[in-house]
Design a protein around this ligand. Structure first.
Ligand code: GLN
Length: 477
């Protein structure tokens, strides 16, 4: 079975026509994981009983000749920050090393209800904090295109699993770029929807006002199909929006001729690698040849996005992570003599260095006397960034940027320099601060054959537009 050529529709129709069973698709993926994942490190846990049970259900439907649901029999993987009932969920952290959730994340439940087969849980940076997957408490993930390089992060396992044919599609989370950047590093498609489009119920919180769940796929249409099944209001998440969900695949079919595509000079300046710039410019030319009108726009507050993001994200993280105290979940330090020592030791031994750094930064930014100088100011910057986009989207339908300033870097290259790691998030954090949707699509390769991704940003709740532009570009490329 050529796993690399499988798409969602391909899997579903093969099962529907009874050419291949859902069970054998799942088995073939487990065999691939057994042979290749020891080198890559994408999976943290496999949920084989659950997967084979679901596959059997789908095969029974097919045997009866019933019309199969949209994701029927599609082998998927889930980033380990989404809770799965009875399947260990660690968020890449030792502090949740033995956590068995009693319920399912809404996004996962909706995927399964649409027929998807959940193979297992995917490696990530601890609590989704990182850009290289080197902050996982368990093991790093390696980039399937070059094992000496990182897959990006924090959803490194979710990107690598699709790139290495160990899942047809996966779910990741994106707080500051964690879906789009690893998608670009691994040569797959990754989409961050609008804030509120997909329920966050059951997503282990990093920074609640910035966190999003979204899909990875081998092509644009697969991400549209997965988004379709997850999107829409969920009574369990009060921030999920009650806004109609369009038919994304139908929207993707619309022509792009005459659309206005914005290019922002702030995203093409200092720090951008020459090969990434050339690939982005060539991609823009391709869109122009498809009949899009290219318009220059300005997003003047972009230079403040990284500092604002690292204040807001760490502030919210310091508050969200207060619940991990050795009492309610997971890990508890042994040999302690008092309650406060138990809290301190459990947190000291349970959290990794990057998570501790962020808790300290966030606690500082929120403390009396500093709140106005840091947190309040960052929130004001956030408003200015949102207005930049509102202004730009008055004259364009979508904005094209590089996804990341460079292609995948080497393991170990940036671990000792957290600031360099943070600064590379420049093109992705803005969409989280503004809450707008963004997608990363492969748009070329470096001389070393490393994938390059371009990012397409859209108006709030206009995922249909970015899917349409991404789909047309993919077809032309
Ligand atoms: N790299 C960013 C960070 O470390 C984004 C992470 C994410 O989107 N979860 O915070």
């Amino acid at each position: 079975m050529d796993l690399g050529s499988l798409t969602i529709d391909g899997v579903r129709s093969a099962i529907q026509e009874r050419k291949v069973t859902a069970a054998s698709f799942a088995e073939a993926h487990y065999a691939k994981i057994a042979s290749d994942d020891p080198q890559i490190g994408a999976y943290l846990a496999l949920s084989k009983d659950r997967a084979m049970g679901k596959a059997a259900e789908i095969d029974a439907l097919a045997a009866k000749g019933d019309q199969l649901p949209p994701l029927a029999g599609v082998p998927v993987g889930i980033k380990d920050v989404m809770v799965t009932r009875g399947v260990t969920t660690t968020a890449g952290s030792k502090i949740l090393g033995n956590y068995l959730p009693p319920y399912d994340c809404t996004a996962v439940a909706r995927l399964e209800a649409a027929g998807a087969v959940v193979l297992g849980k995917l490696n990530c940076d601890e609590f989704a904090m990182g850009s290289s997957n080197e902050n996982s408490a368990w093991k790093p993930v390696r980039n399937p295109r070059d094992l000496s390089r990182v897959p990006g992060g924090s959803s490194g396992g979710a990107a690598a699993a699709v790139a290495a044919n160990m899942a047809v599609a996966t779910l990741g989370s994106d707080t500051g770029g964690s879906i789009r950047q690893p998608a670009s590093f691994c040569g797959v498609v990754g989409l961050k929807p609008t804030y509120g489009r997909v329920s966050r119920y059951g997503l282990i919180a990093f920074a609640s006002s910035l966190d999003h769940i979204g899909p990875f796929g081998r092509n644009v249409k697969d991400t549209a199909l997965v988004l379709q099944t997850m999107a829409g209001r969920d009574a369990m998440d009060s921030t999920s929006a009650d806004i109609p969900v369009p038919d994304y695949v139908a929207e993707m079919g619309k022509p792009v001729k005459g659309l206005k595509i914005g290019i922002a000079k702030e995203y093409l300046g200092e720090g951008l690698d020459g090969e990434v710039r050339a690939a982005t410019e060539a991609a823009v030319q391709k869109l122009a040849r498809l009949g899009c009108e290219i318009v220059e726009v300005s997003l003047p507050h972009t230079k403040y996005a990284v500092p604002a993001y690292y204040i807001v994200a760490t502030a919210e993280a310091s508050s969200n992570l207060a619940r991990f105290d050795g009492v309610r979940y997971g890990f508890r330090a042994a040999g302690v003599r008092s309650l406060s020592e138990m809290y301190r030791r459990s947190r000291d031994q349970g959290f990794g260095a990057e998570v501790k750094r962020r808790i300290m930064l966030g606690t500082y930014a929120l403390s009396a006397g500093y709140y106005d100088a840091y947190y309040l100011k960052a929130q004001k910057v956030r408003t200015l960034l949102t207005r930049d986009f509102e202004e730009a989207f008055k004259s364009v339908d979508a904005i094209v940027t590089p996804t990341s300033p460079t292609a995948a870097f080497k393991l170990g290259e940036k671990v000792d320099d957290p600031l360099a790691m943070y600064l590379a998030d420049i093109y992705t954090v803005t969409a989280n601060l503004a809450g707008i949707p963004g997608i990363s699509v492969p748009c070329g390769e470096t001389r070393d054959k490393l994938p390059i991704g371009m990012q397409i940003l859209g108006r709030h709740f206009d995922e249909a537009m970015i899917l349409r532009v991404a789909g047309a570009f993919e077809k032309a490329a």
